[in-house]
Design a protein around this ligand. Structure first.
Ligand SMILES: O=C(O)CCC(=O)C1=CC=C[C@@H](O)[C@@H]1C(=O)O
Ligand SMILES: [Mg+2]
Length: 382
């Protein structure tokens, strides 16, 4: 596979409702779409970096910079036999996993299309459908939270994840259990909002029978999480702390978690995501696919990886309308049945790009060519 051209498109799409976490408030989705060209084929990738570096160290600008300065030029220097070569090629660069994953994802899609197979098949996926849950931000009142939970349960979501932070933790969880009973598959995501000083409070959550508590402690920690896991009945799931299969190995060895959330961007791409999946499977650690409020291209990549056999817990990949009125894929991603998405069978990501939506959302477009100068279009009056 010789990559002849790569396009970067920076887009911005409003969220249908603001999303609040312990890290801040989001009202828009801004991201970079990647297109990689080889002969008549085009592969699509999406960068999941947020517009401010609150979740990890990357943001939309750093991703663009790393792609432009290092990753795209390096990709042009050689032929790629298999997408796994891409992560090896980029392994000299420390971190910047979301930048690497955006380009690597486009190459995986391209590879699958060139071979006439779906991305799921290319990755070794076995499921034809995946169960999905929903992630709910911190709502202004418990009443509002209960309303949202009610709506999502009615929609059929298979897992309800609620963001928590100090001051909005035990009471909201108790209210949900009181109103909806013990059988609702419920979990909490703290996005690193607590420390070991909060052990007492976190233990109070045990009484709610949560499927897991996600990333309660520091974003770069696996030691304190091991201490906490020994104290808690509720399984800990690590999100922010896991950047590589090596991180996963150490966390499992230390007993820092019993579940891992795999986000393709956070671990640097599909090749590494598959390695984390395989390692966890070998250790009987279930995994699920986290979300970064992706637009349709990123969602399609998530669906493909979630078709692997050890993704036994419903992920965060909801239908597009959970966050957006329009999406960059057509048709928008939607339930096949309540709480269930089909895994596409058409070649690659198996989705058609809605170029009208991309055009309306475009801030900047730049094309890079293996054999000639790049061209930039900055969209005026945005
Ligand atoms: O894509 C989704 O629906 C999941 C959204 C979500 O929960 C998150 C997205 C990005 C950063 C965090 O706020 C959070 C997470 O930590 O999983
Ligand atoms: Mg999380």
């Amino acid at each position: 596979m010789k990559i002849e051209r790569v396009d970067l498109q920076r887009i911005k799409i409003p969220l249908t409702a603001p999303f609040v976490t312990s890290m801040g408030l989001e009202t828009h989705k801004e991201c970079i779409l990647v297109r990689a060209y080889s002969g008549p084929y085009v592969g699509f990738g999406e960068s999941v970096a947020m517009d401010v570096p609150v979740y990890n160290e990357e943001d939309v600008d750093t991703v663009w910079y790393m792609l432009e300065k290092y990753l795209i030029p390096q990709l042009f220097t050689r032929e790629i036999e298999h997408p796994d070569d891409v992560s090896r090629l980029f392994s000299w660069m420390r971190r910047n996993n979301m930048a690497k994953a955006a380009l690597e994802g486009a190459i995986w899609d391209l590879y699958a299309k060139m071979n006439g197979i779906s991305l799921s098949q290319a990755l070794g996926g076995t499921r034809t459908q995946i169960d999905v849950g929903v992630s709910i931000g911190i709502e202004p009142t418990i009443g509002k939270l209960l309303e949202r939970v009610d709506g999502f349960i009615r929609d059929g979501y298979k897992k309800i994840k609620v963001k928590i932070k100090p001051g909005a933790d035990v009471e909201p969880m108790r209210a949900i259990r009181q109103k909806f009973g013990p059988d609702v598959p419920l979990m909490a995501d703290a996005n690193s909002a607590y420390t070991l000083n909060d052990i007492g409070l976190l233990k109070e959550l045990d009484e709610f029978g949560l499927i897991m508590i996600e990333q309660p402690l520091a974003h770069d920690d696996i030691i304190d999480h091991a201490t906490l896991q020994r104290e808690l009945k509720t399984p800990i799931c690590l999100d922010e702390s896991i950047h590589t299969v090596e991180d996963a190995r150490k966390a499992i060895e230390l007993g820092s978690c019993r579940i891992i959330n795999i986000k393709i961007g956070r671990v640097g791409g599909l090749t590494e995501a598959k390695k984390v999946h395989d390692l966890c499977q070998a250790h009987n650690v279930p995994v699920w696919c986290g979300g970064m409020q992706e637009v349709g291209i990123g969602r399609a990549h998530n669906i493909a990886i979630a078709s692997l056999s050890n993704f036994t817990i419903p992920g965060d990949t909801s239908p597009s309308h959970r966050y957006f009125a329009t999406d960059v894929v057509s048709p928008m991603i939607d339930f096949a049945a309540p709480g269930v998405l089909d895994v596409p069978t058409a070649p690659g990501i198996g989705m058609v790009i809605n170029e009208d939506v991309v055009r309306d959302a475009l801030i900047e477009h730049k094309s890079y060519f293996a054999n000639r100068e790049s061209t930039t279009t900055v969209i005026p009056n945005f």
